[in-house]
Design a protein around this ligand. Sequence first.
Ligand SMILES: [Zn+2]
Ligand SMILES: [Zn+2]
Length: 287
Amino acid sequence: MFDYHIHPNYSIDAEGEVDEFCKAAVDIGLSEIAFTTHLDADRIADDCYVNVKGKRVDISSGIWFEDYESTIRGIGDRYEEQDLKVLLGVEVDCFPGVEAALPDRFFKTDFDIILGSVHLIDHVAISAKGRAEQAFNKYSLSELGDRYYSLLCDSVDLGIFDVLAHIDLYRRYGEVFYGVAIHDLWKPHLKELAKKMHSKGVGFEVNSSSLRRGMPQPMPEERIILALQEEGIKTVTVGSDAHSPSDVGKGISRALEILKRVGFDGPSSYRKRRAKIVPWDNLEKEN
Ligand SMILES: [Zn+2]
Ligand SMILES: [Zn+2]
């Protein structure tokens, strides 16, 4: 089993050393994990930091890429003996102008997987309690759909990442604000998004963190997963979005169960940014 969305304490909102996450993964029998530290580069939103050995460092600093890459690769070598593959990834926060804001070093780092996410609308984090309403207040429900999905589509167009993470993140705080109609927000936009994903070879992620927050569905919810399958998207990863070692692998089996039920051939595994589908039979054999 895989977990392709893990934040070690390089992320300022996460706790736990890389090694502790690896231990947790071995304990529950995972075979592959990807570390995906946040790369938030929107200077107006002002979350442009990472932690390196307890020090807060600007995201544009080359030091953190160097430290991060060598730490993950070094630990990866150690865990190879314990049948755990450790991948070097990153979660890029996508916003208009992100490409120019990304540090040079990002483009030179040898990542295994790059997640792309939309957390911000007009520089405000819709994933953060107490801040999301600030963004929602400006938009009617259908305007929010237009805005959010156009940000997603524009992000895919950049062609800088491999997998679109938590496609319906707006549900986290949006349901309380807009009501249940928010569950249909994707409908007018999904075909266009899938077309762009096809043209750039971008897959999507089933993110199980919503299950830990008491939501009944992963992100995206099952109807979106099915719609993407029907649009012919074949590349899909699974991730817990763990921000502490105790959350590694949580909800992944549920995400896999949904993917199998709606007709995916298997989750994808990544190496050096190339995806390969792991058929269900092979995945079950290794567990
Ligand atoms: Zn995210
Ligand atoms: Zn994340």
